[in-house]
Design a protein. Structure first.
Ligand SMILES: [Zn+2]
Length: 183
C-alpha cells in the first residue's frame, strides 16, 4: 500500500480491530475530500509499518479473511461444517453462511461494531462525535440486517472479536455448536 490508501466512508463492512488500525482504510486512491489531518495520518500509517505488518493490516482492512473470521471458520471446518463466505447476496454480507443449518455468522470487531461493555470498545478522545456517528451507524446497520435475515428465517449468530481470545474460545465454540445443532 505504498502511498495509495484511502478512507472508506460509505461502505460499512468489516473493519479492523482498533488495536490494529484506528482508521478505516481501503486500497485505492486517496480521497481528497477528506481532511488534511486524515490525509497526513494515512501517510504516517503507510510509512511506519514494516511490509509484513502492512500486508497483515491490509488483509484486515479489506474486510475479508480477517484473523477472527479465520479462527471461526477453521473451527467449523474441523467439525465437519461446510459453509460459504462473505455472501454478497444476503443482507450485511455475512462472514459465514451455513445453508444446511439456515444460519449466518457475523464476526464483528468490537470497536467498529460498538460492542457494549467491552474493554476493546473505547470511545475515541478526538473527533468523538464523528467516530460515534460512524460506530452507531454500523450498529444500526447490523441490527437492520439481523432483522431482515431473521424475518427470512435465518438464524443470526454474532461473534465479537473479544470472544475469540484464548481464555474464552472454548465457551464461545461450545455456544456456537449448540446454536447450530439446535437449528
Ligand atoms: Zn468485545
Amino acid at each position: 500500500m505504498k502511498g495509495v490508501s484511502r478512507c472508506n466512508d460509505e461502505k460499512i463492512v468489516n473493519y479492523p480491530s482498533p488495536l490494529q488500525n484506528p482508521l478505516p482504510l481501503k486500497g485505492g486512491l486517496y480521497v481528497m475530500r477528506h481532511t488534511l489531518r486524515c490525509f497526513s495520518y494515512l501517510c504516517f500509517m503507510a510509512d511506519v509499518h514494516e511490509p509484513e505488518v502492512r500486508s497483515y493490516n491490509m488483509s484486515r482492512i479489506k474486510g475479508k479473511n480477517t484473523k477472527p473470521e479465520l479462527i471461526v471458520r477453521k473451527f467449523l471446518f474441523s467439525k465437519g461444517f461446510r459453509y460459504r463466505i462473505n455472501d454478497k447476496k444476503l443482507p450485511g454480507k455475512p462472514d459465514i453462511v451455513l445453508l444446511k443449518y439456515k444460519t449466518v455468522i457475523f464476526v464483528h470487531g468490537c470497536y467498529w461494531h460498538g460492542h457494549e461493555g467491552c474493554k476493546y470498545f473505547v470511545v475515541p478522545q478526538t473527533r468523538t462525535e464523528w467516530w460515534l456517528n460512524k460506530i452507531n451507524g454500523n450498529k444500526e446497520n447490523d441490527n437492520k440486517c439481523k432483522t431482515v435475515l431473521e424475518t427470512a428465517g435465518w438464524q443470526v449468530i454474532s461473534i465479537f472479536e473479544c470472544q475469540l481470545i484464548k481464555e474464552k474460545l472454548t465457551t464461545t465454540f461450545q455456544n456456537l455448536l449448540s446454536l447450530l445443532l439446535s437449528k
